[in-house]
Ligand binder design. Structure first.
Ligand code: BV8
Ligand code: ZN
Length: 240
């Protein structure tokens, strides 16, 4: 038991506005590769900054579709882990908890979180690359790439590098961060902007910032507390 946990548990009880901000690390214990795992990470085998970009899609839509189909299969086969479940349980127990995620895997919803703010979209949803219309359900096969009624190619409804985040979602996430008394940054390398700015601006507005990550990140030296451990163990201990 981290010796800081009792104090944190007290803070949780006494704080009216709590934010959880999650990244790929919160899904790692569900078996979903993160972006930066050297061996298994998505960066290792692919070049996400190229594949997860409009240019990459324009250049080779089939490869991008197949990459997301591979990731979607992993997400569908995965189960929410104790980290997801602990956050969802706290959301049921405490009013005033906001969950913001960079993840596109849908595991927070499957764990029972009612309305995660998905800054980078969700790979289970599709949209049109040309007119942005909703793209309905995933096709059963990728024999031919799916198209919109307007003739445009469909794509996963995620935010790619070089694309703006959904402004309404980002505004709500920013507002929650600025109001937060307690801000947990869980399982993110804190490298991708503008999402990575959230804990820093929360800190500047007086939030008590806690980082949960086995590794240090650019946020670590700014956080009020760093719990160096896997989210699947730390969060259940903390939120019990
Ligand atoms: C934008 C969806 C305006 C798609 C993703 C130079 C400087 C600064 C910024 C930029 C720059 N050049 C370009 C930019 C902007 C760029 C950016 O920030 N690039 C970075 C790489 C420098 N940002 C953008 O392009 C954004 N848009 O800025 O719009 C604009 C408009 C036009 C032109 C220019 C700009 C859009 C970014 C969104 C990209 N989409 N995902 C998809 O998933 O396919 S990003 C993707 O990577 C994730 O969503 C996530 O946000 C991001 C980082 O991943 P993490 O979640 O942090 O995961 P990671 O693997 O990195 O880390 C895992 C962590 O977990 C590790 O720390 C590890 O230690 C830890 N961990 C492991 N196991 C556990 C654990 N923790 C706890 N428990 C465990 N068990
Ligand atoms: Zn269209």
């Amino acid at each position: 038991m981290h010796d800081a946990i009792p104090d944190l548990a007290r803070r949780l009880r006494d704080t009216s506005r709590v934010v959880f901000f999650t990244g790929a690390g919160v899904s790692a214990e569900s078996g979903i590769p993160t972006f930066r795992d050297a061996q298994t990470g998505l960066w290792a085998r692919y070049r996400p900054e190229e594949l997860a970009s409009p240019e990459g899609f324009r250049a080779d839509p089939r490869t991008v579709w197949e990459w997301y189909a591979w990731r979607r299969e992993k997400c569908l086969a995965a189960e929410p882990n104790p980290a997801h479940l602990a956050i969802a349980a706290l959301e049921r127990r405490l009013p005033g908890v906001t969950l913001i995620t960079q993840n596109v895997d849908g595991l927070h919803q499957r764990a029972g979180s009612p309305a995660p703010l998905e800054l980078h979209g969700n790979l289970h949803r599709l949209k049109c690359f040309r007119c942005e219309a909703d793209g309905g359900d995933w096709p059963a096969t990728l024999d031919s790439l799916p198209h919109c009624a307007c003739g445009g190619l469909l794509r996963p409804a995620v935010v790619w590098f070089g694309e703006n985040l959904p402004s309404d979602v980002l505004a709500r996430a920013s507002e929650a961060g600025l109001q937060a008394g307690l801000f947990f940054s869980v399982g993110t390398s804190s490298l991708v902007y503008p999402a990575a700015e959230l804990p820093f601006s929360a800190k500047r507005r007086g939030a008590f910032v806690v980082e949960i990550n086995p590794q240090p990140t650019p946020l670590s030296r700014h956080a009020d507390l760093c719990l160096h451990g896997p989210a699947g163990s730390v969060l259940p201990e903390l939120l019990a």
